[in-house]
Design a protein around this ligand. Structure first.
Ligand SMILES: Nc1ncnc2c1ncn2[C@@H]1O[C@H](COP(=O)(O)OP(=O)(O)OP(=O)(O)O)[C@@H](O)[C@H]1O
Ligand SMILES: [Mg+2]
Length: 361
C-alpha cells in the first residue's frame, strides 16, 4: 500500500467519470433511461431536444443532426439511444476511432435505412478524409466515393438515405468548425446537481432492487461529482457494504461507513485527490508549488496529477493553477480541517481573503 499503488489508471478509480469495464457497461445498459421522460436532469437540453424531435415527427422529416457535448458519464450515449427510440427508428452505432478511412464511413452511410439514427461516439477522433465525406453526407445526403488512384481516380456520387447523425464528444473544442456548424442542434451537457443525482440514485436503486433511504441516497449523490455514472457506481458499492455488513437496507450510516472504506469523502474526493491537496497544504504551505514537485511529493507522475486529480479540485474551487505554480484556496484548508497559516502565500492577494487564519468559520 505504498504511494505507488495509487498510480493506477483513471479508469480504475471509483470516482472516475470514465466507464470502468465491460461488466460495468452491462450494468449501465440496464440502468439507462429509455425515453426522454425518464431522463433525469439536463432540463433545458431535454426540452429543446423534445421540440426538435417532435416537430420533425409532425412534419414527417428527419430531424436536424444533433451534437451531444459533455464530460464522460453525463449521459451522451443514453441520450443518443433515447433519440432513436423517440423517433421510432433504428440506431446504428460507431465511433470516431473506428472510422480510419473515408471508405469505412462510406460503408456505414451507404447501408443506412431511411430515417435511421447514426450515433458516432467520440466524433472528434474521426480521420480527416472521413470528416470531409461526412460534411457532404450531413448536408446533402450524398457522398462521393472515389474509385481508383492517382490521375485516373474518379469520384462517383452516391445518394444515401436521409438519416439523423447524433455525434457525441467530450472535447467539443477539438471539433473543426465546419463539422460543428453542420449540426442543427448542439446540446451542452452539464454536471448534475445533487437533487438530480439523488433522483438518479433512487431510480437506479429501484431497478437494482436495492433498498436505500432518502438520506443515504443524498449521501451518495453528494459524493458523485455531478456525474450519473459515478452515482451509479457508488450506489453499487454502498449496496455491497450494506448486504454484507448491515443486513441489506442502505441507510445514511451504512452509506457513510461504506464510502469511508472506499475513501470517497463528502465532496467526492478520493485518496489521490486528498493526497495532492494534503501535500500542497502540509508540505508546501498552500503553494505556489510547481506541478512536478507536487507530483513527486505524492509519488505520482505529473501527468496523473494534472489529468486525473487536478480538474476536479479546480472545479471544486480547492486548487488553482497560476503562472507561479499550484496554490490552495481557503476552501482547501477548510475541507481538510486545517488552519491556513497567516502567511499563506498569495491566498490573500488572489482570493480576497479577509484576515486569514482568524478562524471565523
Ligand atoms: N440523466 C440521466 N438519468 C439517469 N441515468 C443517467 C442519466 N445520464 C446518465 N445516466 C446513467 O449514467 C451512465 C452513464 O451514462 P452514458 O453512458 O450515457 O454516459 P456518456 O456521456 O455516454 O459517457 P462517455 O463519455 O463515457 O461515453 C448510464 O448507466 C446511464 O444510465
Ligand atoms: Mg458514451
Amino acid at each position: 500500500m505504498s504511494g505507488h499503488d495509487d498510480g493506477r489508471g483513471a479508469e480504475e478509480r471509483l470516482v472516475s467519470g470514465d466507464a470502468a469495464s465491460p461488466e460495468e457497461e452491462v450494468i449501465e445498459a440496464a440502468l439507462r433511461p429509455k425515453q426522454l421522460d425518464d431522463f433525469i436532469g439536463q432540463d433545458r437540453v431535454r426540452e429543446q431536444l423534445s421540440l426538435v424531435l417532435h416537430s420533425a415527427l409532425r412534419r414527417g422529416r428527419t430531424p436536424d443532426h444533433v451534437l451531444l457535448s459533455g464530460g464522460p458519464g453525463l449521459g451522451k450515449t443514453t441520450l443518443a439511444m433515447i433519440i432513436a427510440a423517440e423517433l421510432g427508428r433504428p440506431l446504428r452505432i460507431s465511433s470516431g476511432p473506428a472510422i480510419e478511412r473515408a471508405g469505412d464511413l462510406a460503408a456505414i452511410l451507404s447501408t443506412l435505412s431511411e430515417g435511421e439514427v447514426l450515433f458516432l461516439d467520440e466524433i472528434h477522433r474521426m480521420a480527416r478524409p472521413a470528416e470531409e465525406m461526412l460534411y457532404m453526407a450531413m448536408e446533402d445526403f450524398r457522398v462521393d466515393v472515389v474509385v481508383g488512384k492517382g490521375p485516373g481516380a474518379t469520384a462517383i456520387p452516391l445518394d444515401i438515405a436521409p438519416f439523423t447523425l447524433v455525434g457525441a464528444t467530450t472535447r467539443a473544442g477539438m471539433l473543426p468548425g465546419p463539422l460543428r456548424d453542420r449540426f442543427g442542434f448542439v446540446a451542452h451537457m452539464d454536471f448534475y446537481g445533487p437533487a438530480e443525482l439523488e433522483v438518479i440514485v433512487q431510480r437506479s436503486a429501484r431497478l437494482l432492487d436495492v433498498r436505500i433511504d432518502d438520506d443515504a441516497a443524498a449521501e451518495v449523490a453528494g459524493r458523485s461529482r455531478g456525474t450519473p455514472r459515478i452515482a451509479n457506481r457508488l450506489l453499487r458499492r454502498v449496496r455491497d457494504f450494506a448486504e454484507v455488513r448491515t443486513g441489506g437496507e442502505v441507510t445514511r450510516d451504512s452509506a457513510r461507513a461504506a464510502l469511508k472504506l472506499y475513501e470517497v469523502d463528502e465532496r467526492g474526493l478520493d485518496r489521490l485527490d486528498r493526497a495532492v491537496l494534503g501535500s500542497l497544504l502540509r508540505k508546501f504551505g498552500g503553494g505556489p508549488v510547481g506541478l512536478s514537485t507536487l507530483a513527486v511529493s505524492v509519488g505520482e507522475e505529473p501527468e496523473t496529477v494534472e489529468v486525473v486529480a487536478e480538474p476536479f479540485l479546480v472545479r471544486q474551487g480547492l486548487l488553482a493553477r497560476t503562472p507561479r505554480g499550484r496554490i490552495a484556496t481557503p476552501a482547501a484548508w477548510a475541507h481538510l480541517g486545517l488552519t491556513a497559516p497567516p502567511t499563506a502565500p498569495l491566498a490573500g492577494a488572489l482570493f480576497d481573503l479577509d484576515e486569514p487564519g482568524t478562524g471565523t468559520d
